[in-house]
Design a protein around this ligand. Structure first.
Ligand SMILES: [Zn+2]
Ligand SMILES: [Zn+2]
Length: 291
């Protein structure tokens, strides 16, 4: 977390070594935990609340985190007198140098457990699986992280627990694709629908809606459903759903449909020569017999 970064910065400032006054009371930090949570795209609209089963190191209830069997107490370390550090003196040409390092007897804790707790073997922590409430805000992006402070591992011997990092994965929708706050979909329309206009029902993130395909629609024309997109993460109005229209040319005309289209073309003053390859068997037979 943020404090860890601060310590790193200070450590760099002091050339890699903490001054004694700084390390003396620095509590140990537990490990951060990484979890993943998958939500539906529809959950991005409203946000969602869920409980995650988290397995983490928690304070041992039997010894209340001391590591000592109930009825006993951790004793002050005799090697370091409870300071957790040992000081060594070295004589050099520059004078007497003193260095401090963590006490090897107690590992820097300042106390030793003579009778370890039977539940946690003296570590003061046990593994436990607990439900942790996760609030996912509306507008969250795929891959975005949520940090729940203090829900990581409790360090052995006590201290400050780490944080729980939850990476949110947003499941792709079958039809709707996210583009910032917009939800984009492609809709095929027939060439007659495109020419004449139509009203059709399309899926939305929360159900369905009727849209109007205007007469004279071209491929890549769009229809906007205002406010049917996604909300911004910081709060505010929802984006739009954008329906991109694609005009589909028929490939399966029968003879009657072909005749009607040729008639339409003639009425529109278009001169069309489909060529032999596009003629039906009926047309070719008719041409052959000159009927
Ligand atoms: Zn215990
Ligand atoms: Zn010690």
């Amino acid at each position: 977390g943020g404090f860890g970064d601060l310590f790193d910065l200070i450590e760099q400032a002091f050339g890699g070594g903490f001054p004694d006054w700084f390390t003396a009371d620095r509590p140990s930090h537990g490990a951060d935990l990484q979890y993943e949570l998958t939500i539906a795209l529809a959950d991005v609209v409203t946000g969602t609340d869920t409980d995650l089963e988290i397995t983490r190191q928690t304070e041992c209830q039997r010894c209340e985190g001391t590591g000592a069997e109930p009825g006993t107490r951790p004793e002050t370390c005799r090697a370091c007198g409870g300071t957790g550090n040992v000081t060594e003196y070295r004589r050099t040409i520059l004078g007497v140098m003193t260095t401090r390092r963590p006490c090897p007897e107690c590992g820097g804790a300042g106390t030793v457990v003579r009778t370890p707790c039977s539940e946690c073997s003296g570590t003061g922590v046990v593994e436990a699986t607990q439900a942790v409430h996760i609030h996912v805000p509306p507008g969250i992006n795929d891959g975005q992280g949520i940090v729940i402070p203090g829900q990581g591992d409790m360090p052995a011997g006590g201290g400050i627990p780490g944080d729980l990092h939850v990476r949110v994965r947003v499941q792709p929708h079958e039809v709707l694709h996210r583009r910032d706050q917009s939800l984009v979909m492609q809709l095929d329309v027939s060439f007659t629908q495109a020419a004449l206009g139509d009203r059709v029902t399309v899926p939305t993130i929360e159900g369905e809606a009727e849209i109007t395909i205007p007469p004279g629609t071209q491929t890549n024309d769009t229809v906007h459903l205002r406010g049917q997109g996604l909300p911004p993460l910081r709060g505010g109005a929802r984006g739009d759903q954008i329906v991109i229209l694609r005009v589909v040319t028929p490939t399966d005309l029968d003879d009657e449909q072909r005749r009607l289209l040729l008639e339409l073309a003639a009425r529109r003053g278009e001169t069309i020569d489909p060529g032999d390859a596009d003629k039906s068997l009926f047309d070719r037979l008719r041409d052959a017999f000159g009927s």
